[in-house]
Each structure stands twice: as structure tokens, then as C-alpha cells.
Design a protein around this ligand. Structure first.
Ligand code: PLP
Length: 454
């Protein structure tokens, strides 16, 4: 067999397999080596172009190498600004905080404090847990089925997916999982408003029942739209209820906006859809303008920890802060959150059209430019809610067919059976049409093969 030569995907993938950890994940489903990237497009080393609807797992709000981001980075470099300052302040940092606080709702930002973290989303989650534990003196944390909060020990403890937890002993104790309003696979077999109401009623019951077995928590952490869990948007009414339940009982509510933050769901912050005021907001991904940055912003009443209570060397990435400021400004000036809402609706409508001619789509759902298509097995019987079993093998084939046709999509959700669309917010109407067309032809091709073999 010929050894693959430099310049071919196989060359880099072979090297990667030889040298990199077995824990690598994306390359297993997206086996390409990326050479160049611009806007929504990436080009592999063989010169093939792809629409990137993974966008750094939601990080690249402005797509790859956006001019305002590049300009901000170049400015830092050309003016000999420090690249790294731990948590010592700088004009670049001061400006970033100012811009971020300007776009957060006033009721929240007017009494908020900010902590720069790790710089990963997971480190900000760790910080948020420590924050509420320190402030309340309590030890347990509530999270939700299907939640994703990261891969560090504490964050993984709060994550729903059991697969990466199974082989890690002694995760953080005192984490309790509650039912998220996932209508298509409602744990109460009710779905819709009724399923969501049962969920919030159950949450309240667990908190108030002196025999629930769970001590009063230090905090509750949740996503407004569960991303990795399968793109599951919680209804506004449910979010409102959860806010009232936690507020009435003095339980700090931590909103994880790592994936939803900065316009993706059609509002600058996803919690704005329901109008709630959280106690703690976790931000990462988009706020660094594609460079590593993460922060926790929280109500000043929780600021009970002592100096150095949460530290970390890489809290002072100046290029990320400059790129973040430029990204925030660009999103705001161009109202990209409104664009995300508009184009998200368009994409969702097109995907629902695809669903009409498909035998393997259970549900198309999402908010803004965070969309999921749940792939199901309609050859098996549905449950009493008319939901079919997940079909992960088919989802993988669809992903593969899309990749062959120049479209990068990722899978998520239960058993990896949800095809996820996370394009950059700068995607155009025309590109949305092309992306949906590619998806349509890919799913048709997979379904034709399926018919052939059954
Ligand atoms: C909602 C949410 N929280 C936390 C994280 C963890 O972020 P990171 O991968 O940067 O640690 C992610 C990552 O996808 C996420 O989607």
C-alpha cells in the first residue's frame, strides 16, 4: 500500500492517528485536514471547500478570519501591547469589560462582577460552582438531564451524557439531575406545555419535599437551549417558572451561555428570550472572537470569596479580549442577533420542508442559528407520544454524505442522533439555501440506500 503523501488528507490523518490521543473526537467524524478558512468556508489540504456549520462548536460567531477580528489582533501586535498579563488590568481588558457590560441587560450588569477564567468554558463552569458554594456555604448542585457543561472533573459531574463519566471514578458528589423539558422524548411521556409544567412541578417538589433525599442546593446550573444535549430549547414559560422557584428559595441560578451567548439564539443572550435575571452567567466561545477567553459574570451579592479563590495562569489573553471587543461591537452594530433570528427561521422552515419528504426526521427544532434535526428509526414502532427511537447509525451516514458534498455538520443529542447546524452568524440567505439543499440531497441519498438494503 502506498503511504499517503503530504498534501493529502490521509497523510495528516495518519500522522494524527499515530501521534494524538485516543481521546480525539471530531476527526473521527470529520476526517479532513484544514488548510485555509475564510468566513463560513474552510478548505482542506486537497483544495476541497466546505460550508462550516460547526464553526468551532459555536465559537466563530463572525466566521473564520473576520476582518474586524484580524484587525483587532494586528493592533495588539503592532502596538507592542502585552500579550499576557495574568489578571493584571490593561486598557484592552478595561475596554472589553465595558463593551460586555454594555450589552448585558441593565438589571443584571448594574450590580454585576466579572471574573476572568481559565480560558475554557469548563473552567468558567468550575469557577461558577465554587462561587455559589462559597457564597451559600452549601454543597449540592442541581443540573439537568441532557446538560453539557464541559469535560473537567467538576463540569463533567454536571453533564448529562454518562458515556465520558463511566470510566472516571469519584466525580464531584452531591450533583442532582432534574428533567429538562425535552418535548420529543419527554421523560413523563407528555411532551409540550404539559411535559414542561410537570418538569417544573417536579423541580419544585424535589426542593420542598423534606423527604426528597436532597439537601438544599448551593445553586442550579442550566442552558437555555441545550446544545450538545441535542439542541433542545426550553420554553420561556418553563424558564420563568424555574427562575421563580429558585428565586423564592434563595437558590443562585447559573445560566451557562457558553454556546448560546452573543447572538446565536436570536438575542444577544439566550436568557433574554424569557426576560429572567440570572444570578450567574457563564460565557466563553464567541466572546473571545475565536480566541480562548472565558468569564463568569455574577451578582455582586455572591462575591464572597477571598483573593485568589479562583485563579489560573491564562486569564489575561489580551488578543482574545481585543478580538472579543471587536466581535461584540460588530455583532451589535450589525444587529447580527436579529439576523440570526431571521436566518434561523428561514433555515428551520427549509429543514421542515426536507422533513416532509423524509422518512427519518423525527423533529426539527432550535432557536436562531442553533438548529437540530433529530434522526429517528421509523421502521420501529413509535411510543405513545408518536416519537420514534433514535437512529445514530443513520445520523452518522447523513453527516458523512453531507461532508462528501462539502458541508460540515456535527452530531449531538441522545446516542449522537441529532444533526446539528451551528453556522457563523454572518451566514447569508443564499448560503442558507445551499446548506439546506446539500442536506436534502444527502439525506435523500442515505434513505435511498436504506430502502435498497431493507
Ligand atoms: C453549554 C456549554 N458549557 C460549557 C462548555 C465547555 O466549554 P469548553 O469546551 O470550552 O471547556 C460547552 C462546550 O461545548 C458548552 O456547550
Amino acid at each position: 500500500m502506498n503511504h499517503p503523501t503530504r498534501g493529502h488528507n490521509a497523510y495528516y490523518l495518519t500522522n494524527q492517528e499515530l501521534r494524538e490521543s485516543n481521546a480525539r473526537s471530531y476527526p473521527r467524524r470529520i476526517p479532513i485536514a484544514i488548510k485555509e478558512a475564510n468566513g463560513i468556508m474552510v478548505k482542506d489540504v486537497e483544495g476541497k471547500n466546505y460550508f462550516d456549520c460547526l464553526a468551532g462548536a459555536g465559537t466563530l460567531a463572525l466566521g473564520h478570519n473576520h476582518p474586524v477580528v484580524i484587525e483587532a489582533i494586528q493592533k495588539v501586535l503592532h502596538h507592542q501591547l502585552p500579550l499576557h498579563t495574568l489578571d493584571i488590568t490593561t486598557p484592552v481588558k478595561d475596554e472589553f469589560i465595558g463593551e460586555l457590560f454594555k450589552i448585558l441587560p441593565k438589571e443584571f450588569s448594574s450590580k454585576a462582577k466579572i471574573l476572568f477564567c481559565g480560558p475554557t468554558g469548563a473552567d468558567a463552569v468550575e469557577a461558577a460552582i465554587k462561587l455559589v458554594k462559597t457564597a451559600t456555604g452549601k454543597r449540592s448542585i442541581f443540573s439537568f438531564h441532557g446538560a453539557y457543561h464541559g469535560m473537567t472533573h467538576g463540569a463533567l459531574s454536571l453533564t448529562g451524557n454518562v458515556s465520558p463519566k463511566q470510566s472516571v471514578a469519584n466525580l464531584m458528589p452531591d450533583v442532582h439531575f432534574l428533567p429538562y423539558p425535552y418535548s420529543y422524548r419527554c421523560p413523563f411521556q407528555q411532551g409540550g406545555d404539559l411535559g414542561a409544567q410537570t418538569s417544573s412541578h417536579y423541580v419544585q417538589h424535589v426542593l420542598d419535599d423534606p423527604e426528597s433525599g436532597i439537601v438544599s442546593p448551593a445553586g442550579m446550573i442550566m442552558e437555555i437551549v441545550q446544545g450538545e444535549g441535542g439542541v433542545i430549547p426550553a420554553p420561556n414559560s418553563w424558564i420563568d417558572q424555574i427562575r421563580s422557584i429558585t428565586q423564592d428559595r434563595g437558590i443562585p441560578l447559573i445560566i451557562d451561555e457558553v454556546q448560546t451567548g452573543l447572538g446565536r439564539t436570536g438575542k444577544l443572550f439566550a436568557f433574554e428570550h424569557s426576560g429572567i435575571v440570572p444570578d450567574v452567567v457563564i460565557l466563553s466561545k464567541a466572546i473571545g472572537g475565536s480566541l480562548p477567553l472565558s468569564v463568569v459574570v455574577y451578582d455582586e451579592s455572591l462575591d464572597k470569596w477571598s483573593p485568589g479563590a479562583h485563579a489560573g495562569t491564562f486569564r489575561g489573553n489580551q488578543m482574545a479580549m481585543a478580538a472579543g471587543t471587536a466581535t461584540i461591537r460588530f455583532i451589535q452594530e450589525n444587529k447580527l442577533e436579529i439576523q440570526a433570528d431571521k436566518l434561523g427561521n428561514k433555515m428551520m422552515a427549509s429543514l421542515k420542508e426536507v422533513q416532509k419528504n423524509s422518512s427519518s426526521i423525527g423533529e426539527v427544532r432550535g432557536r436562531g442559528l442553533m438548529i437540530g434535526v433529530e434522526i429517528v428509526n421509523t421502521q420501529q414502532s413509535p411510543n405513545k407520544m408518536q416519537s420514534y427511537p433514535p437512529y445514530p447509525e443513520l445520523a452518522r451516514q447523513i453527516q458523512h454524505e453531507c461532508l462528501k458534498r462539502g458541508l460540515i455538520l456535527e452530531l449531538g443529542g441522545r446516542y449522537g442522533s441529532v444533526v446539528r447546524f451551528l453556522p457563523p452568524l454572518i451566514v447569508t440567505e443564499k448560503q442558507v439555501d445551499i446548506i439546506c439543499e446539500i442536506f436534502d440531497t444527502a439525506i435523500q441519498s442515505v434513505e435511498r440506500k436504506l430502502l435498497h438494503f431493507t
